[in-house]
Design a protein around this ligand. Sequence first.
Ligand code: PLP
Length: 441
Amino acid sequence: MLTKRKPVSKSSRSGSLWAEREQLVSSGSAAYTHVVIERAENASVWDADGKRYIDFAGGIGALNVGHCHPRVVSALREQAGKLLHTSFHVAAYENYIRLCGKLVELMPGPGRKKAILFNSGSEAIENAIKFSRAHTRRKGVISFDNAFHGRTLVCLTLDGKYKPLRQHFGPSPAEFYRARYPYPYRPPSGIKPEDLTEYCLEELDRLFRNDVAPEDVAAIIAEPVQGEGGFIVPTPGFLKGLRKLCDQHGMMLVIDEVQTGFGRTGRMFAIEHDEVVPDLMVVGKSLGAGMPLSGVIGRAEILDSAPVGSIGGTYGGNPMSCAAALAVLEIFKDERLVDAGRRIGRVVAQRFDSWRDRSPLVGDSRGLGAMRAIELVSDKRSKAPLPPARVKEIISRCEEGGLIVIKAGGFDNVIRTLMPLTIPDSELERGLDVLESALKS
Ligand SMILES: Cc1ncc(COP(=O)(O)O)c(C=O)c1O
C-alpha cells in the first residue's frame, strides 16, 4: 500500500523526513498521503515546512471534535499532573468509572448495561467476540463482504477484503463466516437495489443451511454504515432484519460503531437511524479525540459472562484517554456536534450529488450525515472502477492544493470525508473546492 512519493526536494524538511520514513518504517504501514505533519488545530494541519492543509481525514475519523480541542488539551494537561497509569486491573480510578457510566447512558436500548475499555478498535472487536462466545457458549461468528473491523488476526478474518488485508497472513482462525452486505450501487446482477434487503437476508438463510447452523453462531457483527468498505449505507430494513434473526436464534448482534460513532452520521451512533438495539456495541476512534481508546458496551449479563481475569490489558482505559473522552462528551453537548454532523452532511451531499450528475468520473454519491463519499468510475454505464493509480493522482492533486483526503472501498476507488465536525464553513467549502478542481483536472 506504500505509494512511491513523487521526487521531493530533499532540502525540504518534509522531504527529508519522508526519506527517513522510507528507510526506517515498515513498508506494511499504509501511506494515504505524503504529508509529514508538525502541528494541527481544529480542521487544519501544518506540515514540517509550514504548509497548511485542510483535513478531511480527521485521523481516519478519530477527530470529530477537531485536532487539539482546547478543552481536550486542558483535560490532558490536568490529568498528566495527577495520574498517568496504574492499570485499571491493579487500582481503579474515577475517570474510567465515570466514562463507563456515560457510555452506558449513551448506548441505545433499555435494561441494565455495562462497559469495558480498551486501546484500539481492533482490540475492542476481539473482546466483543470473546464476550459473545462466552455468553452464548457457541463459536460461530458471521461478518460481511466489504466489512472492516481491524487488523489483528481475528479482526482480519472478519474483514471482507482479501488484498491487502488477509493475503499472506493465514491460516485464519476457524468458525468465521462471511455473508453479503447490501451494496446498492453494485448489487449482484439481476437484483434491483430495492430488493437487496430481502436478497441479503435470504443469503443468510442459505449460509445457515450450507455452512453453519444458527444455533452454533455466537454473533453477527456488522457496521451500520461500512467505513473502509466504501461508506456503504445498507438498504432500509437490513439491520432490523439482522436484529430479528439474532432474536430468533439467540445470536448476539454486535454493532461496530468505531468509525460511524460520535456524531459522524448525524446521530450519536449510526444504529439509531434504524432504531435497532444491539446486544453489544463497539466504540473507538472519536471517543478519544486522538488518544488511544475503545470500548465494548452492552447488556450487563453479556459483559459479566466472561470469567474474572479473562478480559482486559495493561493500558485499556488509560487515565489520560479517559480524561480526553470525558472532555469529548462534554464538547459534544456544548457545541451540538451531532447536529453539526447533519449540517455538514447536507453541505457535502449537495456538492457530491452535483458532481455525480455532471462529472463522468463520479458514479455514485452516498452516505449518512457527514459520513459521505463519492465512488469514482472510468465508465458510468459499466461502473468500471477508476484504477487505483488515477485515484491516487486525484488525492495527490488535493494534497498539492492543500487538502488531505483519503480513499476507501473494495476497489480503492472511493473518496470519503471524515472532517472534524467542528470545521468552519469557510474551510469546508474551500476543501470541497480543492477536491472539485482535482476531479476536473
Ligand atoms: C469500523 C471499524 N472497526 C474497527 C476498526 C479498527 O480500529 P483500530 O484501527 O483502532 O484498531 C476500524 C478502523 O478503521 C473501523 O473503521
